[in-house]
Design a protein around this ligand. Structure first.
Ligand code: ATP
Ligand code: MG
Ligand code: FE
Length: 341
């Protein structure tokens, strides 16, 4: 079965083809990052308009890459939510119109289920059940995953998501949008021993997290450095970035270890944009070696938003394909409300 996947929940237009026999056979992406950069964040109206411009050419490119025609598609999966209402509507209406015209069904996909299942697109693949650390721009959750649609949230951030903390802290340090990946690059050249920031909720005894206080801690530290040295030079900025990253990584790794212990699970799956973070990956790999668990990541380019994870999640939910035509989007949508497959 051939599934076309459409992602348009935020500022990436993603289109991909997943074949249940052959795997991922095409994957096209357009990021609007550069367009939103001059505003310092995603402008929803501009995002919707750009999805409209990109979605058709990306679909054509996918078909050309895979050497298939529209008629070969068996179902069209699209991100139904959560995300920006207008942006979701573009993907949902395109997917439904296309499927309706072809006489094929649609499969509404939960964006986070896409992220969550994306490590299954890499080799080696984890097997159910596994523990998942979902660390994206909008979410930070630790989940027990017992099958497709069987998600139990064991702990989550009480305020900012990890990616959001990276982005907001980067902004506060004067880094250009989107700051997360850039902050992490600078951190790699920072001295981990120079500054120490608090590890929020490290010993809270549960699996919840909190990252909004770290921003304030970074602000206070920056002011201190500024007062002592009359400014923040390049190295000091790198050292502050490093201190921030050390704190976030330590909390995430520690909570994952606690969750593994608590559930008795032996596989950890990492998904979402922050899963691309090198230091987080290195720290989890080291912990996995020490504590004898296995850790799985999506292919690096599938950590952030993409159409491949939507096509794949759609393929996992083929049994729930429904007639195309009338549709809704769900800008807010609870992951644990999904039906099991
Ligand atoms: P959600 O999926 O929760 O709706 P989103 O789609 O915006 O949110 P993703 O696309 O999964 O989130 O990830 C984007 C986030 O990942 C951004 O906050 C970005 O800063 C962060 N990110 C990407 N690469 C890195 C990196 N190397 N280190 C740290 N953070 C990163
Ligand atoms: Mg994005
Ligand atoms: Fe996402």
């Amino acid at each position: 079965m051939l599934v076309l996947g459409i992602e348009s929940s935020c500022d990436e237009t993603g289109v991909a083809l997943y074949d249940t026999e052959r795997g991922l056979i095409a994957d096209q992406l357009h990021s609007q990052m550069a367009m939103h950069a001059e505003y310092g964040g995603v402008v929803p109206e501009l995002a919707s308009r750009d999805h409209i411009r990109r979605i058709r050419p990306l679909t054509d490119a996918c078909l050309a890459d895979a050497g298939v025609s529209l008629q070969d598609i068996d179902a069209v999966a699209f991100t139904q939510g959560p995300g920006l209402g207008g942006a979701l509507l573009v993907g949902a209406s395109f997917a439904n119109a296309l499927a309706f015209g072809l006489g094929k069904p649609v499969i509404p996909v939960h964006h986070l289920e896409g992220h969550l299942l994306s490590p299954l697109l890499a080799e080696p693949r984890p097997t159910f059940p596994f523990l998942a650390l979902l660390v994206s721009g909008g979410h930070t959750q630790i989940m027990a995953v017992r099958g497709v649609g069987q998600y139990e949230i064991l702990g989550e951030t009480l305020d900012d998501a990890a990616g959001e903390a990276f982005d907001k802290t980067a902004k506060l340090l004067g880094l250009p949008y989107p700051g997360g990946p850039l902050l992490s690059k600078l951190a790699e050249e920072g001295d981990p021993a120079r500054f120490t920031l608090p590890r929020p909720m490290l010993r809270s005894g549960d699996l919840d997290m909190s990252f909004s206080g770290l921003k304030t801690a970074v602000l206070t530290l920056s002011k201190q450095v500024q007062a002592e040295h009359g400014g923040i030079d390049e190295q000091a900025r790198k050292d502050i970035c490093r201190a921030f990253q050390e704190a976030i990584v330590e909390v995430l790794v520690s909570k994952c270890q606690q969750a593994l212990k608590q559930t008795g699970m032996s596989q950890l799956v990492v998904a979402g944009g922050v899963g691309a973070n090198k230091q987080l990956r290195a720290a989890l790999d080291a912990a996995a070696k020490r504590r004898k668990f296995a850790v799985y990541y999506p292919p690096l380019k599938l950590c952030t938003d993409n159409g491949a994870m939507i096509a794949f999640a759609g393929a996992m939910r083929l049994s729930q394909a429904q007639p195309a035509g009338s549709f809704t989007v769900k800008p807010r949508w609870d992951l644990s409300s999904l039906p099991a497959v």
